[in-house]
Design a protein around this ligand. Structure first.
Ligand SMILES: Nc1nc2c(ncn2[C@@H]2O[C@H](COP(=O)(O)OP(=O)(O)OP(=O)(O)O)[C@@H](O)[C@H]2O)c(=O)[nH]1
Ligand SMILES: [Mg+2]
Length: 160
């Protein structure tokens, strides 16, 4: 996210907050990113963070198919909390070419079952597609927010 790769990261305990600036159509957008730990025991946190969010990135590990299969349970929670929230499915570890076990076709097929139209593969190690991923989600979030701006309530006039 910030251009550095750490070989030995620890699992995310609960939530980590990050900020990231991206450019969309020459406009700067500041993303506030809530990184939720993927472990089962942190799952209870998810619904609360969907409310008020404008988009989400579901990350799976393309060397480990079971990480993709969690998409179903995450989407069930997300749909219940915020039905139309834009989501992008992103496979990480794209640099580990010989260890790949998940291919784009199956990801697109699974994602489409949940109405997700954008998928991408990235590498945190080489930085491949990382900026593109954040730009993609920023673009979708802008569309989502502008579609959800509540209509102005007409002023009530007082008649007597
Ligand atoms: N080669 C390679 N290794 C990666 C990549 N992304 C993450 N890793 C490694 O995979 C391990 C787990 O990465 P994390 O980013 O901590 O995984 P996580 O999904 O945040 O895990 P949780 O916090 O438990 O949800 C670490 O050892 C990372 O260095 C990548 O793109 N390429
Ligand atoms: Mg983590």
């Amino acid at each position: 996210m910030n251009g550095t790769f750490l070989e030995d990261t620890h699992i995310t305990i609960g939530i980590q907050l990050h900020a990231k600036e991206v450019s969309v159509d020459n406009e700067k957008v500041l993303l506030q990113i809530w990184d939720l730990g993927g472990e089962e025991r942190f799952r209870f946190i998810l619904p609360q963070y969907c409310i008020g969010a404008s988009g989400g990135i579901f990350m799976y590990d393309l060397t480990s198919p079971h990480t993709l299969f969690h998409l179903k349970e995450w989407m069930e929670v997300i749909k219940e909390a915020e039905a139309d929230l834009p989501i992008i499915v992103a496979g990480t570890k794209a640099d580990l070419v010989p260890y790949r076990k998940v291919y784009p076709g199956e990801v697109i097929e699974l994602a489409s079952k949940f109405g997700i139209t954008e998928t991408i593969e990235v590498s945190s190690k080489t930085g491949d597609n990382v900026e593109e991923l954040f730009e993609m989600i920023a673009r979708q979030m802008i569309g989502y927010c502008s579609a959800n701006i509540s209509q102005p309530v007409p002023l009530q006039t007082k008649s007597n």
